[in-house]
Design a protein around this ligand. Structure first.
Ligand code: UD1
Length: 423
């Protein structure tokens, strides 16, 4: 098992360049099999989730060529079927996008039931409802989901929940369906817009992405394209919170400030200086932050993915604050680990009430999931002394070169590999 060893207590200072958005990348890679010609994906984050998806694409006979660390060319010509049934696909959530993409391209797909972060029940009933409305039959047997349709016909689908995954999966299945598909109560997150831009660059006709009604006019054929993935708002938000927690000053580069408005507003409320300038955000504070109440909501509300990092900042802020988690019921696994570091938190249902302490204390803690890991890194950076974080493979699924980026900001963080870390 790998672990991070962090000698905390140093203010983060300097500049950090944000990578491409994980959540867009993990949809666009499976979507590339809808293309009939070559696609070149730029600004692809080099994280284990994208590496796994590239390996799955290669296992389907796509020609995958890395042009540099963050650019990949994908030629789907030799892909004849969409099957991702093994452990690789079961290891991450986004493998379910092969269901929509495979349906769209081949009218069938078989994919291992998705894994990913254990942050709640995470059902996929809305994806299935969408596929069935388009004319597909869906079967779940022995951990494998199979979808199949003789013909895909456009339909109007009203989502019970504005699910990000279901919205994207239905878009992928519908781009080549006969006639018009309308998704009502669609999710509006920035990566929905990015996936729609990618599909439109291939020749699809997707309108309204970013609003709660998406209309898709089916087309017969999709070509190829070059597409640069939008910046990762969650990675950016993580560095913003880390800057505040260490009372440092960080210039966050290559971001879309609009996507981070809810985070900037909350940090300002906590007495952090946040300045936007073009595609950069500067975050600075020299004093202890003031506590606040945070409620997670669908975009443009405060993102659930930053709730865990934010709890680390609240844990050391002045006064009592709270987190209300409205999206995933099980997203408080980091709380026990923060308590090990001296945080004073009590969870009552979907609310965590956090009494800020002056400082946390170092401890050996475990990352239970991706953003829980980010929360622990922030807690460790703010705390004098040596904190060890194990199960970091969760963190490496989603943060591109995190130790290198933090080291550049002056942090003392080391990734210890394998056996050495087990000792
Ligand atoms: C995506 C993001 C994840 C983020 C989440 C919410 C990716 C790869 N992951 O996850 O980082 O935290 O959006 O912004 O983009 N639900 C159902 N039935 C369904 C689908 C979802 O009940 O068929 C529920 C979920 O259990 C959850 C809520 O809807 O309570 C939102 O889930 P959803 O938006 O689908 O999240 P993901 O796509 O899994």
């Amino acid at each position: 098992m790998n672990k991070f060893v962090i000698q905390g207590g140093k203010k983060l200072k300097g500049e950090v360049e944000i990578s491409g958005f994980k959540n867009a990348a993990v949809a666009i890679l499976p979507a590339s099999i809808l293309a009939e010609e070559k696609t070149v994906i730029q600004n692809l984050p080099d994280i284990s989730d994208t590496r796994t998806l590239l390996a799955i694409l290669a296992s389907m006979n796509a020609t995958v060529t890395r042009l540099d660390n963050n650019t990949v060319s994908l030629e789907p010509g030799k892909v004849k079927e969409c099957k991702a049934e093994d452990g690789m696909a079961g290891g991450l959530r986004a493998s379910y996008y092969f269901l929509g993409a495979g349906l769209g391209r081949f009218h069938k797909a078989k994919v291992a039931y998705p894994g990913g972060c254990l942050i709640g029940a995470r059902p996929i009933d809305q994806h299935i409802k969408g596929f069935e409305a388009l004319g597909a039959k869906v079967k779940i047997e022995k951990g494998i989901i199979s979808v199949q349709a003789r013909e895909l016909k456009g339909a109007t689908i009203y989502l019970d929940i504005a699910s990000v995954g279901a919205t994207i999966n239905i878009m992928l299945a519908a781009v080549k369906a006969k006639g018009q598909t309308v998704i009502e109560n669609a999710a509006k997150e920035p990566h929905i817009v990015d996936v729609a831009s990618f599909l439109n660059a291939l020749g699809a006709k997707v309108r309204g992405a970013g609003t709660d009604t998406i209309k898709i006019e089916g087309v017969k054929k999709l070509g190829g394209c070059e597409h640069a993935i939008i910046p990762d708002q969650i990675e950016a938000g993580t560095y913003m919170i880390a800057a505040a927690a260490t009372r440092g000053e960080v210039l966050i580069k290559n971001v879309i400030p609009k996507h981070l408005e809810s985070v900037s507003a909350k940090l300002k409320e906590m007495n952090v200086t946040v300045e936007e300038n073009g595609d950069e955000i500067r975050v600075k504070t020299s004093k202890r932050t003031k506590s606040a109440d945070v409620k997670t909501l669908v975009y443009p509300g405060f993102p659930t993915d930053l709730q865990q990092p934010m709890s680390s900042l609240l844990a050391i802020s002045q006064g009592t604050g709270s987190i209300t988690e409205n999206i995933f019921e099980g997203r408080f696994k980091h709380v026990n680990e923060l308590k090990r570091m001296g945080a004073v938190i009590r969870v009552e249902g979907k609310v965590a009430i956090i009494d800020g302490v002056k400082t946390l204390s170092p401890a050996a803690v475990k990352a239970s999931d991706l953003r829980a890991g980010a929360a622990l890194i922030i807690a460790a950076l703010s705390t004098k002394g040596k904190t060890e974080i194990s199960q970091v493979e969760h963190i490496l699924r989603g943060y591109d070169r995190i130790e290198e980026k933090l080291q550049k900001l002056g942090a003392k963080i080391e990734l210890i590999n394998g056996k050495e870390a087990d000792e």
